[in-house]
Ligand binder design. Structure first.
Ligand SMILES: C[S@@+](CC[C@H](N)C(=O)[O-])C[C@H]1O[C@@H](n2cnc3c(N)ncnc32)[C@H](O)[C@@H]1O
Length: 221
């Protein structure tokens, strides 16, 4: 059963500022363009993401918030899987000076990611791939893997679980996934608990809008 809100005090209140006339929202110290932003309007005419990567999803704010409480080491090599527009990548690049690689199956998301990276003046390496196709050698290049709202179909449960297993075996130290609380995500949590050191917590954020979901952190035993 889903619990009540976790008993924790906000460490920082994220500044959420509508930057007048620029169609940018400021959340967790990063700027995110709204659908009305001029560059986004231009891109929408040419690029149409088709696997739900057409906007920033709220689970990414839960991931940012969790990382404020459980920070990354500075300059970590981080892979974001199912990045979409890459809000969490921007956050890690900005807050932890992470060396970011952002991966997505859908090439159509990357023009949006590029615009968001430019607005935030951060460097994020794009990678078009299915996450399940990553080789062990590729995985061994990362210290941390993150993802938000990436387990939304039954078909994703097995590949995501296997990817986490392989990542830890390849030397990745932390895998952190947030989700709105879909049954598919809980299936992955169940599988991970049997094999690895895991933390699964209810996580909510108030800004830019209220969101309640879950975070799963997996580490090697
Ligand atoms: C719901 S969106 C979330 C996007 C972003 N993480 C966020 O929170 O805003 C899911 C993303 O996962 C990507 N995706 C789905 N299946 C994938 C797979 N097997 N490998 C890589 N990316 C995948 C989609 O293209 C989409 O961009």
């Amino acid at each position: 059963m889903r619990g009540l809100f976790p008993k924790r005090l906000p460490k920082t209140m994220p500044a959420v500022v509508d930057i007048a006339n620029k169609n940018l929202n400021d959340a967790y110290g990063i700027l995110l363009p709204t659908a009305k932003h001029k560059d986004i309007r231009k891109l929408k005419k040419k690029h149409e993401p088709s696997v739900h990567g057409h906007k920033t999803w709220s689970a990414s704010f839960a991931l940012m918030d969790y990382l404020l409480y459980h920070p990354l080491k500075k300059h970590s090599r981080v892979l974001e899987i199912g990045c979409g527009w890459g809000p969490a990548s921007m956050f890690c690049a900005k807050h932890f000076k992470a060396q970011m690689t952002a991966l997505d199956i859908d090439p159509e998301v990357f023009p949006y990611l590029e615009v968001v990276a430019k607005i935030n003046k951060v460097k994020v390496e794009p990678l078009v791939s299915k996450f399940e196709k990553l080789t062990d050698e590729q995985l061994s290049q990362f210290d941390v893997i993150i993802g938000s709202d990436i387990c939304f179909w039954d078909e994703l449960v097995k590949p995501l679980s296997k990817l986490i297993d392989r990542s830890l075996a390849a030397g990745v130290k932390r895998v952190i996934i947030t989700d709105p609380g879909r049954p598919t995500f809980y299936e992955v949590c169940g599988k991970m608990k049997k094999k690895h050191k895991t933390v699964q917590e209810d996580w909510y954020v108030m800004d830019p809008k209220f969101f309640q979901g879950d975070v799963l952190e997996v580490r090697a035993k």
